[in-house]
Design a protein. Structure first.
Length: 165
């Protein structure tokens, strides 16, 4: 088997072995979605990335967005991750009904309260990659949880998990 002919089922099973932090990306609208593809790209200049499926309902909003907010979730925010991953619902209305709070940030970007960290970013480059688009973004401001012992929500083997210290 050649590298360009990898079976998609095997690829999916292998990637399930990789643990990743869970983030919610929000945009003016308000629009938001859960992602596990978030990563740092560069320290100088500061750059981060996340990806979104071209078929996702949020893609047109992501493509048009100037600023986005990337929220790193705490280990007790699994319901927030599930809400922003759910298809066919008003995610912000559902978040509010579940006692989740948020406020409007710069340029109308929704900012979720109580998260581990928030990066307000300007999308600087969109890179097509198969059925997804990688968004490379430049952070313009950031905040983080004051409690140094707060831990991130992690996604591994198809489920949300927490880290043991």
């Amino acid at each position: 088997m050649t590298a360009d002919a990898m079976d998609s089922g095997l690829f999916r099973r292998v990637l399930r072995r990789h643990a990743s932090a869970v983030v919610v990306v929000t945009l003016p609208g308000p629009v938001g979605f859960t992602a596990t593809s978030f990563t740092s790209v560069s320290l100088d200049p500061p750059l981060v990335s996340f990806s979104v499926a071209k078929a996702a309902s949020v893609w047109p909003s992501v493509e048009a967005a100037g600023l986005v907010a990337v929220h790193v979730l705490t280990d007790d925010q699994e319901q927030v991750a599930r809400t922003f991953a759910a298809p066919g619902i008003d995610r912000f209305a559902e978040h509010s009904e579940r006692r989740g709070s948020w406020h409007e940030g710069p340029d109308g970007v929704p900012v979720l309260d109580g998260v581990l960290a928030v990066l307000i970013c300007k999308a600087v480059k969109l890179v097509e990659a198969g059925d997804h688009v990688i968004v490379i973004a430049s952070p313009v401001s950031a905040t983080h949880h004051d409690d140094e012992s707060a831990a991130p929500l992690v996604y591994h083997a198809g489920t949300y998990m927490t880290l043991e210290r």
